[in-house]
Every structure is written in structure tokens, then in C-alpha cells.
Ligand binder design. Structure first.
Ligand code: 5RP
Length: 213
């Protein structure tokens, strides 16, 4: 039981409650912090229509709590997207993807009117990059992408025994210089075979809620 993650989730519910109505669809991220959020969201499930989920794990949890889950293609508007992060810098740039769900997370976050990030204090950093950067790659492109990442100065490591919801693999990359996250995010995504990387600089949260103990 993490009080800080729970407190961040409770604060997020307080923040989104005035913004939602019976027609509202809420975007839901992935991870242990979001699991607390889903539990809190279930308590007000009578106040909104349903959710768009960013992973199979969150879908399962949402449905277990009786929250209807919609496909992104089937909704016109997502009022707000709530998700955790692995690192948050002072400009709200993020590293995400510790759970390997960042590709779908970035799509749902981008499709939402507002992105609210919920973290505990341990996720706050001055500069991104201590947490290895997850990059989702197609299986066949893995070695090529790894060589291209080395050219950028990174040290890639294949996440063992792990496949994403889209049946791809993850390279976790250390040693990258992250003083310009937006440019790095774009440059990595230009490598053929990369689905997406875990830098959220183009699509970053408008609000970060830090849960404390
Ligand atoms: C999953 C993510 C998560 O949001 C991130 O890893 C944080 O997870 P947690 O709340 O468990 O610390 O990006 O892909």
C-alpha cells in the first residue's frame, strides 16, 4: 500500500470531478499509481460514461470495477487522460514506459483534451535520463534500432521475456543525453522500426499531481 500513490489518485479525482458529466469518457493510463486511480474512479463511476484504456491490464481492472471501456476509435472526445510516469522534469517532460505501455499511452494522451499526470515525489527529477528510456520496437527491427541507438550515444538493453500488448519488444536505453527531450523524442521516432519511445515532450501533461505521504 502506497499512501503517496493513493493520495495522488484522490487528488486527481477531486481535480477531474467538476469537469465530467454523464457523457464524459475518461482516458486511463497504466501502472501501479493508475491502479489506485482506477480504484478511486470506480467510486464515482455513476458520474461518467466510461473510459478509454491504454493497456490490456488497465482494461481488465476497469472492467472488474464495472467501468465500461470504449475503443479509442469509437469515441469523439476524451475529457481528460490520467496516467503515471517514471520521471517528471520541471517543465513536465516525462519518461514513461516502465510498464511497456507508452505507445498506446501516448496515443490516448494525445487524443485527450487534457493530460493529468499522477506521481509520488520519487518521480521528480531535475533532468530526465536516470530511468532507462523504453523504446518499443518491432521484433524484426530490434538489432537495427539498437545499432542506431548506439550511434546516438545510448546503451540499449532488450527487456527480457517481455512483449507489449501489440506483440512488440522493448529496448531499455541508458546513457542518452536528455537536455533537449523534444528533439530526442522526435529523432528516436525517426528510426525505422521504432513504434514509439517513452519520452513525452511533445505530448506532456498540463497538470502534474504529486502525492505525498
Ligand atoms: C507504463 C507507464 C507507467 O505510467 C509508469 O511506468 C509509472 O508506473 P508506476 O505508477 O507503477 O510507477 O508508463 O508504461
Amino acid at each position: 500500500m502506497s499512501n503517496s500513490k493513493l493520495n495522488a489518485s484522490i487528488e486527481a479525482i477531486k481535480y477531474i470531478k467538476p469537469k465530467i458529466d454523464f457523457n464524459s469518457v475518461i482516458g486511463v493510463g497504466t501502472g501501479s499509481t493508475v491502479n489506485y486511480f482506477i480504484e478511486e474512479l470506480a467510486k464515482i463511476k455513476h458520474l461518467f460514461k466510461g473510459a478509454v484504456s491504454s493497456s490490456e491490464a488497465s482494461t481488465k481492472l476497469l472492467e472488474n470495477y464495472g467501468i465500461e471501456v470504449f475503443e479509442l476509435n469509437d469515441v469523439d472526445e476524451i475529457i481528460v487522460y490520467v496516467d503515471g510516469a517514471d520521471e517528471v522534469d520541471p517543465s513536465h517532460n516525462l519518461i514513461k514506459g516502465g510498464g511497456g505501455a507508452h505507445t498506446r499511452e501516448k496515443i490516448v494522451a494525445s487524443a485527450s483534451n487534457e493530460f493529468v499526470c499522477i506521481v509520488d515525489e520519487s518521480k521528480l527529477v531535475k533532468v530526465l535520463g536516470n530511468f532507462p528510456l523504453p523504446i518499443e520496437v518491432m521484433i524484426r527491427s530490434r538489432s537495427y534500432v539498437a545499432r542506431e541507438i548506439v550511434k546516438l550515444g545510448g546503451v540499449p538493453e532488450l527487456r527480457q521475456n517481455f512483449f507489449t500488448d501489440q506483440d512488440n519488444q522493448i529496448l531499455d536505453v541508458t546513457n542518452l543525453k536528455m537536455d533537449d527531450p523534444l528533439t530526442l523524442e522526435k529523432n528516436i521516432n525517426l528510426i525505422a522500426g521504432v513504434l514509439d519511445n517513452g519520452i513525452f515532450a511533445k505530448c506532456k501533461p498540463q497538470k502534474v499531481i504529486v502525492g505525498r505521504n
